[in-house]
Design a protein around this ligand. Structure first.
Ligand code: ADP
Ligand code: ZN
Length: 595
């Protein structure tokens, strides 16, 4: 029998296990149950794929997402594993073919949708097969309180009832305690050992910026990453369309994605993205579930997300391959006000929870400490040291006593009658005698021009912080008029100080992610040549490029420059089957770039 380590090396081409992988795999190989909580990209799949290859029989994987199943099966097949799926995308004959393969014992892994698994017919088939294990992927779908609830998942306890001796492994990227307990009870896995991995995604660089000239900020960022894959999230369908058009007009290969588009258009755009034929998908949060593209290099929030959970999930789609990736976010005072507005719910309990979540998100956006620490603390995990890979670590915020600035803003709001929006209030502060200012005689106010020491941009930054701190509120129904909250009075009366942050001056410009690993021109040229070969091979087989090899393999190829198949086999992600299938072609390209 092959050992887990030999399978890891020979089939998957990886050197060593990560985190809890080895312990989890040993447990399942030994026939025991496990519950695995690991962030996206943490390496959950190997936790059931390797035991399925080490144990006799077929590993049955329950998965709710058709696209994910297809991707996994394509990747496994490319690595020489006998894998197949059963879901509604197959014709009757195709499905029958898969079932025959299973009966013959010719499958190592069989992916199946939960509704199919639960049919009498399929459960009957399972009774005839030798089963290595059951893996229940996206196990948080059992939770009635979660966003991804699937009623069929509630019935999966039948697996433990009917097949008590077959080991079961339930996996999810959802971290919280209640969900974990629900998985345990609903699937009857009380005896399962629970493995909670770190939710840190160290390769993701978190960066939060004030929204100034949103479009040019976006354009500048996307252009600095030309040729890399990214997702841009927007709040609404309308905004998705506008931003996608804007980027296309600016020469970026970008497509829109939202629930208002026909399913054929959505599929086409997703396919183009997965096959590296477009670089950017501009999307609502409808895009993401079921996208298994490991080399998404950035996620750009053009509008802020709804909560920290949503942010973590959405940004988590970047950098699944472990290479450097960026999570960029823009937000403005108006965005915060709009998010609050959206929470006006009739259900008082719901509203209280949602406001708490929004407060937590604001705390994250406005923090002056390491963002990763704040993020992980939200999930109950701690980080001993500052991460050194977020904006607050890389460009520490400078705080100052902003009581006087706060008072100036508040008095301008109060004296103009709490009826005007940010632009007008700032005109009064900086002493700009616009027609509107003159017509209201606001140039006669004692506050007129008291803020001349700062540019308008800096006042916008001050106001945004006052809104975030709850001292100033934006009246969305009153056309965005700024008003004072109850907490403003002690500040105006000099009884309470306000701490503010200085605005950052620089906009960091970064290089492409691969350039972090490859700084030499010759290496970069080789990387592009290898990428081209990968795309050709992938197209010839109708597969996404990353199924041939991930970027990490291409980078390792540039660094090691193997000139023989023996050397090629040492490269990251090169198992025996891929070595046989692609080795020569890649070694040839490396040779042709020698010296
Ligand atoms: P998850 O299902 O947890 O989101 P995956 O199983 O898709 O994550 O793994 C993410 C990436 O990490 C994949 O490209 C996978 O091949 C790679 N990976 C997983 N485990 C290892 C390992 N031990 N060594 C190297 N790469 C690994
Ligand atoms: Zn940090």
């Amino acid at each position: 029998m092959s050992t887990p380590l030999s399978v890891l090396r020979d089939v998957f081409g990886y050197e060593s296990f990560r985190g809890d992988q080895a312990r989890i795999i040993d447990r399942v190989v030994a026939g025991q149950n496990a519950i695995v909580l690991m962030p996206t990209g943490g390496g959950k799949s190997l936790c059931y794929q390797i035991p399925a290859l080490c144990r006799d029989g077929v590993g049955v994987v329950v998965s709710p997402l058709i696209a994910l199943m297809q991707d996994q099966v394509a990747a496994l097949t490319a690595a020489g594993v006998q894998a197949a799926f059963l879901n509604s995308s197959l014709s009757f004959d195709e499905a029958r073919g898969v079932i025959q393969q299973a009966r013959r014992g010719a499958l190592d892994l069989l992916y199946v949708a939960p509704e199919r698994l639960l049919t009498d017919q399929f459960l009957g088939l399972l009774g005839e097969l030798q089963i290595a294990l059951f893996a229940i992927d996206e196990a948080h779908c059992v939770s009635q309180w979660g966003h991804d609830f699937r009623p069929e998942y509630m019935q999966l306890q039948v697996l433990q009832e009917r097949f008590p001796r077959v080991p079961k492994i339930a996996l999810t990227a959802t971290a919280d305690g209640p969900t974990r307990r629900e998985i345990q009870t609903r699937l009857y896995l009380d005896d399962a050992e629970v493995f909670v991995g770190s939710f840190d995604r160290p390769n993701i660089r978190y960066w939060v910026r004030p929204k100034e000239t949103a479009r040019s900020q976006l354009k500048e960022f996307v252009k600095s990453r030309a040729g890399e894959s990214g997702i841009v999230y927007c709040l609404s369908r309308k905004r998705v369309e506008e931003v996608a058009r804007f980027l296309s007009d600016a020469g970026v290969r970008a497509v829109p994605y939202h629930a208002g588009l026909s399913s054929s258009v959505r599929e086409k755009h997703q396919m183009q993205f997965v096959r590296d034929e477009v670089d950017v998908v501009v999307a609502t949060v409808a895009f993401g579930m079921g996208i298994d593209k490991p080399d998404v290099r950035y996620v750009f929030h053009y509008d802020p997300p709804k909560s920290i959970e949503a942010y973590y999930q959405e940004t988590g789609r970047a950098g699944r391959d472990g290479l450097p990736a960026d999570a960029e976010l823009l937000f403005s005072t108006a965005d915060i006000a709009r998010n609050r507005q959206l929470l006006m719910s009739d259900d008082a309990d719901r509203a209280r929870v949602d406001h708490k979540k929004l407060d937590a998100l604001l705390g994250y956006l406005e923090t002056a400490t390491c963002r990763r620490k704040v993020l992980l603390a939200y999930f109950g995990q701690t980080l001993d040291e500052d991460c050194g890979n977020c904006d607050t670590c890389l460009e520490p915020k400078v705080t100052y006593d902003g009581t006087v600035e706060a008072q100036k803003v508040m008095s301008a709001i109060a004296r103009t009658g709490q009826m005007f929006g940010q632009a007008h209030v700032i005109d009064v502060l900086v002493g700009k005698a616009t027609d509107k200012v003159k017509s209201k005689a606001h140039d006669q106010l004692p506050t007129f021009g008291v803020g001349q020491d700062r540019p308008a941009k800096s006042w916008r930054h001050v106001i945004r912080q006052l809104v975030a701190q709850g001292l100033v509120v934006v009246d969305v129904e009153g056309y965005g008029a700024l008003k004072l909250s109850g907490a403003a009075r002690p500040v105006l009366q000099g009884e309470r100080a306000v701490e503010l942050c200085e605005m950052r001056k620089t906009v960091s410009k970064k290089k492409r992610a691969v350039a972090d690993s490859l700084d030499d021109e010759a290496d970069l040229a080789l990387f592009e040549a290898l990428r081209k070969l990968r795309k050709e091979l992938a197209d010839a087989q109708g597969m996404p490029p990353y199924v041939v090899f991930p970027d990490k393999t291409l980078i390792d190829l540039c660094q090691r420059r193997p000139t023989s198949l023996a050397e090629m086999s040492e490269v990251h992600g090169v198992g025996q089957v891929k070595l046989d299938r692609y080795g020569e072609a890649f070694v040839d390209v490396v040779r042709s770039h020698a010296g």
